[in-house]
Design a protein around this ligand. Structure first.
Ligand code: DX5
Ligand code: ZN
Length: 218
């Protein structure tokens, strides 16, 4: 069954504990945590102190999406702060820097993820395929919640699913951006097994119904 990872970027940060309770009770699988540095993307969000607080508050699986330049500078601190999975962008550093950061995440006992922006071809993941537990296909330009799903990314999701199947890899395939009850089935049909959703969950008052709708149980 597909996993649902609500993005707390769309939550009310003044009530973060209650927001986390609501998605946990609503049967979310993971909590998606978006980190931005104002350089890799033209926006800032949350970082290490908030992750530490969230880690103390919940035992939910924390899926940390780093939208930061040269992520190798920070992966150790995000692992120590309580991430279960740290996902870095293929575009955020030279190939050697990305490979070293992915290997460091795994060495620290966490899952390593590689994210691809919409303009990045599927085969940018190839050099790292043995070093990752998850590939994240962005279906919006990273930086902001509430944007529309880019259907032209479905082909990339299919290509990566085909690659994983062909090589017999257990790597997960996550899709992030513009996921709602209409677009979720498209991503799943193309091969996604983890769906990130910000506004489609935190923008709705009934979190359980919102999460169920993403799974297709309307
Ligand atoms: C965007 C973030 C997303 C964002 C998704 O840069 O990576 O995780 O929170 O928000 P929605 O689901 O509203 O597109
Ligand atoms: Zn994200």
């Amino acid at each position: 069954m597909v996993r649902i990872a609500p993005s707390i970027l769309a939550a009310d940060f003044a009530r973060l504990g209650a927001e986390i309770d609501s998605i946990r009770e609503g049967k979310a699988d993971w909590l998606h945590f978006d980190v931005m540095d104002g350089l890799f993307v033209p926006n800032l969000s949350i970082g290490l102190p908030v992750l530490e607080s969230v880690r103390r508050y919940t035992d939910m699986f924390l899926d940390v999406h780093l939208m930061i330049r040269e992520p190798g500078r920070y992966v150790e601190r995000f692992c120590e702060a309580g991430a279960d999975l740290v996902c870095i962008h293929a575009e955020a550093d030279a190939e050697e820097g990305i490979r070293a950061a992915l290997r460091e995440i795994r060495r620290l006992g966490k899952k390593a993820g590689l994210a691809l922006k919409p303009g990045t071809a599927w085969d940018a993941a190839l050099p790292f395929i043995e070093d990752v537990d998850l590939i994240l296909v962005m279906t919006v330009e990273p930086g902001f919640g509430g944007q529309s799903f880019m259907a032209d990314q479905l082909e990339k999701i299919r290509a990566i699913r085909a690659l994983l199947k062909e090589r017999g890899l257990r790597c997960e395939l996550e899709v992030d951006g513009g996921i709602n009850a209409e677009t979720a089935p498209l991503a799943v049909e193309a091969g996604a097994d983890v769906l990130v959703a910000g506004s489609a969950v935190f923008g709705k008052s009934d979190r359980r119904a919102a999460i169920a709708a993403l799974r297709g149980n309307l």
